[in-house]
Design a protein around this ligand. Structure first.
Ligand code: FPP
Ligand code: MG
Length: 338
């Protein structure tokens, strides 16, 4: 089983320097805002996006290193790469704060969500504040090529979120709708994370595009695995299981089962789904439907197809510890239970 620590290893000093870079850039006026910001920054997740940006930068760029006096290890990335990683990571952080408000979620990564701790209206302002600070830091850096990518990524995330809620209200998500939603809400930003890594080290247009495709492919796989884990009652995500059903979200494991059912049976499944926000028996019933129809196994086949595409794109690069770590990231996405 591949651990995230193994993937982080070739860029460990950079990841430490990156955390300091973020802490130095993100501070707020006012005690309450600062407390909320500190909470949001200290509750960040595995850091898949900054890892992706820094590994892509290290793989595509020169291997010049700097000794890090503080931790005694070698750093490979420049401040421009840290800025690229920060822009992406902070947009992601803000989007999850807003997402928990929209979903009415009380927990994120096993801890109270910002809205549970400080109420939804304040959480929205914190998300807005993080977005505003992120864009203002980007503009102040005058690295407009990086900023323009993240500006359009923000718009795509919003499109994905609106599309998702439209379908959740209509109970009519098809396979194609699902792929469109997860491309916009997750894959697009992972694509930008990888592309900006390449762009930050002056890679060619072709390489930037290739890394974007790589990030998008692992992003699709990442979200499919997230949706599979939502049906796994033994998962370690720190999020309550079956939340997608309670939020009326039709995701790939359920789509796989519905596509194999008759129209009549599909209508019964939708009728149960309509009750999932208020009726735990309906949630249990649909969990059973997905288990018996092997929805997670079928969804996992699609996830592996995206990961094969991603690995195929990496095969174009010469062997290096960074390419190996990106290969391991693909395996980690498939194996993860949190
Ligand atoms: C998590 O999905 C949510 C996202 C990946 C995107 C959320 C985007 C917005 C709320 C639009 C606002 C955008 C910006 C830039 C502020 P999920 O609910 O399926 O996953 P979860 O189970 O982790 O909550
Ligand atoms: Mg959510």
């Amino acid at each position: 089983m591949i651990s995230i620590e193994v993937i982080r290893k070739p860029i460990l000093a950079d990841l430490e320097a990156f955390d300091n870079f973020v802490a130095d850039n993100f501070s707020a006026e006012g005690e309450m805002l600062q407390d909320m910001l500190t909470y949001a920054l200290s509750s960040r997740g595995k850091g898949v996006r900054p890892i992706l940006t820094m590994l892509a930068a290290s793989m595509c760029g020169s291997t010049a290193t700097t000794d890090d006096e503080q931790c005694g290890r070698e750093r490979h990335c420049s401040k421009r790469t840290y800025l690229a990683a920060m822009l992406v990571e902070m947009i992601h952080t803000a989007s999850l704060i807003h997402d928990d408000v929209l979903d009415g979620a009380d927990e994120r990564r096993g801890k109270p969500s910002v809205n549970a701790k400080w109420q939804s209206d304040t959480a929205i302002i914190l998300g807005d504040y993080i977005l505003a600070r992120t864009m203002s830091l980007g503009m102040a850096s005058a690295q407009y090529d990086l900023v323009s990518y993240v500006g359009s990524a923000m718009a795509t995330l919003c499109e994905g979120e609106v599309l998702q809620s439209q379908h959740a209200n209509r109970f009519d998500t098809t396979r194609n709708d699902y792929f469109d939603i997860i491309y916009r809400k997750t894959a697009s930003l992972l694509g930008v994370a990888a592309a900006l890594g390449a762009l930050s080290v002056g890679a060619s247009r072709e390489e930037v595009d290739r890394m974007r495709k790589f990030g998008e492919a692992i992003g699709m796989a990442f979200q499919i695995q997230d949706d599979i884990l939502d049906y796994n009652r033994q998962n370690n995500t720190g999020k309550p299981v079956n939340n997608d059903l309670r939020e009326h979200k039709i995701t790939l494991p359920l789509i796989e089962v519905m596509e194999r059912e008759t129209a009549e049976r599909r209508a019964e499944i939708v009728a149960s789904l309509r009750r999932c926000d208020v009726d735990e028996a309906a949630v249990d019933e649909l969990q059973r439907v997905v288990d018996e129809g092997r929805g997670a196994e079928f969804a996992s086949e699609t996830m592996h197809a995206y990961l094969s595409r991603a690995m195929h794109l990496l095969a174009k690069y010469p062997e290096s510890p960074y390419r190996a770590a990106l290969m391991n990231l693909c395996t980690f996405i498939a194996e993860r239970d949190k």
